[in-house]
Design a protein around this ligand. Sequence first.
Ligand SMILES: Cc1ncc(COP(=O)(O)O)c(C=O)c1O
Length: 374
Amino acid sequence: MIKPWDYINEYKKIKSKIIKSIDSSLSSGFLILGPQLDLFEKKFSKFIGTKFGLGVGNCTDAIFIALRALNIGKGDEVITVSNTAVPTVTAIVNTGARPRFVDVNENYLMSCNKIESAINKNTKAIVPVHLYGQTCNMTEILKIKKKYNLKIIEDCAQSTGAMYKKKKSGSFGDIGCFSFYPTKILGAYGDAGFLTTNNIKLYNKMRRIRLMGMESNIRSKSKFNKKYYAVEHGTNSRLDEVQASILNVKLGFIKYYISRRRQIAKIYNDNLKQTGLVLPREMNDNFHVYYQYVVAHDNRDKIIKKLLKKNIYLNITYPYPIHKMRPYKIFFQKKYEKLSKTENFASQIFSLPTYPSIKDNSVEKIIKEINKLT
Ligand SMILES: Cc1ncc(COP(=O)(O)O)c(C=O)c1O
């Protein structure tokens, strides 16, 4: 069976390094907020190109903490897209703010010319989602930010290492939010997430929010560092030392992970262009990391069923637009502009696997079977 994602082969290759790193972490005397996380925070923020970085429990928490740090909550509106993963919206709604959805362009990314008409007096922020591994048009989004004095929180859950105009996603907005969920470009072996920023005040605030509003752990030298005293209302969202030690090892392979994904994408590009599938495009000024290689076809469901009979199991990311889902319907009003592309794509798209450890002959089999069908 060819699966949409697997980690066992990858783990086998790096097992000795992972075990060694976990052991050194467990032997260090720190389990949470210790030296492995310090090291990872330094290395990952350097990789992204921001001054500061903060490990948190997952990217849903990262987006929530980012919004809270920017004082966004009840009565506020946050512009985002409806073709994203549910957690982008979970995080916005958890702050008490309303998500306001705008449609996407042909590349499945936030359509920048739809943003201005969705802005009103309550709009406080935009959450561009660099979906599938390609960065939104940040030049346009930053222009809108400036014009309307909005905050930008980049959802980089799928775009670790992706670049726009040679700058990494997560270094454009006020705050960048990353996921290290196991399937992601840089995956932990459990849940983990990250926040990036160049703003020291936001960094300090997010640091407190991740630790129940307390200034820091006992290693901090801050004058507010009264043990067990909450300076503000926070939450509990920490990236533990074992996951940090795994991420420290895996960060060493990030260039390979990305180049292998791009290599697989090129093989699909070269060998599927004669089919009836709409293939993904790497836009000008972009460096795509192909978290998902998303193709579209009118007969998507039939194709998926037939491939399953050949033992090829493919994922749809994502089959349901969020504004159509029961808990989030209330955030979409008839008077708003229709989300036509979002809705059409949801019924046409599916993903071909690009995880680095997929075998070449599996990629070849997928190509062969799709060529027979379309
Ligand atoms: C676009 C997007 N945003 C946010 C998230 C949330 O990430 P996490 O699972 O780390 O909370 C995900 C993960 O699925 C995602 O794909």
